[in-house]
Ligand binder design. Structure first.
Ligand SMILES: NC(=O)c1ccc[n+]([C@@H]2O[C@H](COP(=O)([O-])OP(=O)(O)OC[C@H]3O[C@@H](n4cnc5c(N)ncnc54)[C@H](OP(=O)(O)O)[C@@H]3O)[C@@H](O)[C@H]2O)c1
Length: 333
């Protein structure tokens, strides 16, 4: 559990209404809990019980055991709440079904539970910018289908969809390995990858969610949001900033991985995952995602509607990850 940092100022709330949160045990959900409770919300958080797992005892948080395929547990979770933040999602998987069961069917079940309440809670879906390109991968398609499912759930559901781009911060498992390599002076990247992409620091995303709650607005709308850097990033920019923040200005060597080799690794990993039964991150679909040329977005619309402003660019975000605590620094190095 991380403490919010100076710069990402969380709007404060009068009273103490309850909200339901799924995905509370994940990378983004963990930061969300901190910001929501700091803003005065009482959080009913879903967790999947498993052997040895004891959810942390946190002020303002009540834990509910359950899975997204358990309609009764979801009904209990959302009962009496003012809003539902649906952040749970599958970010790894071997098949379309792996993703759809969670990102489409799960989203539908949570939204149906919300719509069934006498006082229908407001509903926020944490989708992904990937939903903009559903044909690219099973993940992207499932996020798009999840959005469609919640939009079609019921007329009385006041839904909003947020589509973050790449989210990074303490606890992230996708970009942290790259930052670790950058800190060590090299960066394995797809050969010729030249696309532009937006990013967002996890604390800024959490503050955006609190702003949505506080402003009580944006229903029936889908928003993209990023860190506000005009034109986003390309890998050269990430390596330049990473070299400056993580290496005191020393250069970072780009190690090009030929795309056929990356695909070979992805197909091998996918086959191994199917054989051994684990959820793979590197798959052919993931390669198509990371080599896609345009993951740029901007937050003007969301800012206009909620007043939210991002506080951290990559430079600040990386500095924070490093200075945040010694454990994180040691983890990176
Ligand atoms: N990270 C990014 O860069 C990024 C970018 C854009 C959008 N997003 C979206 O943000 C959301 C959270 O992502 P994350 O990076 O925080 O992922 P994460 O660290 O893998 O967390 C996923 C969360 O969803 C929960 N979950 C998964 N399947 C579930 C199920 N069947 N029933 C109940 N809970 C389930 C997980 O519970 P367990 O702890 O039990 O596994 C965990 O709490 C996802 O919807 C993702 O698509 C992420």
């Amino acid at each position: 559990m991380t403490a919010p940092v100076a710069g990402a100022s969380t709007p404060q709330l009068q009273g103490s209404p309850e909200i339901a949160l799924t995905g509370a045990t994940g990378f983004i959900g963990t930061t969300l809990i901190t910001h929501l409770t700091n803003a005065g919300w009482r959080v009913r958080a879903l967790y999947r019980p498993r052997s040895g797992r004891v959810p942390p005892n946190l002020p303002g948080v009540e834990w509910f055991a359950g899975d997204l395929n358990d309609a009764a547990a979801l009904n209990t979770l959302v009962t009496g709440t003012h809003a539902v933040i649906h952040c749970a999602g599958a970010v790894r998987g071997a098949s379309r079904a792996d993703f759809d069961q969670v990102n489409e069917d799960g989203a539908l079940r949570v939204s149906q539970a919300a719509a069934r309440q006498v006082h229908t809670p407001r509903f926020l879906l944490i989708s992904s910018l990937a939903a903009r390109m559903p044909e690219l991968s099973h993940y992207a398609g499932s996020k798009w289908r999840g959005e469609s499912a919640i939009k079609a759930t019921a007329e009385n559901l006041r839904w909003t969809v947020l589509r973050p781009p790449a989210v990074y911060g303490p606890g992230d498992r996708e970009l942290l390995p790259l930052f670790r390599s950058i800190a060590n002076g090299f960066a394995p990247l797809p050969a010729g990858a030249n696309g532009r992409f937006s990013m967002i620091y996890v604390e800024d995303l959490a503050v955006a969610v609190v702003c949505w709650l506080t402003e009580d607005t944006g229903y029936g709308q889908t928003f993209e949001l990023d860190d506000g850097r005009v034109g986003g990033y390309n890998w050269d920019a990430v390596l330049e900033i990473g070299g400056r923040v993580l290496r005191g200005g020393a250069s970072v060597r780009r190690v090009p991985i030929p795309i056929p080799l990356l695909n070979l690794a992805a197909y091998t990993n996918l086959a191994a995952a199917r054989l051994l039964g684990y959820a793979p991150m590197l798959t052919p679909g993931k390669v198509r995602e990371i080599t896609h040329e345009d993951w740029l977005c901007d937050n003007r619309e969301f800012t206009q509607v909620t007043g939210w402003q991002p506080a951290f660019g990559l430079e600040q975000g990386l500095s924070l990850i490093f200075n945040k605590n010694i454990a994180t620094l040691q983890e990176i190095l």
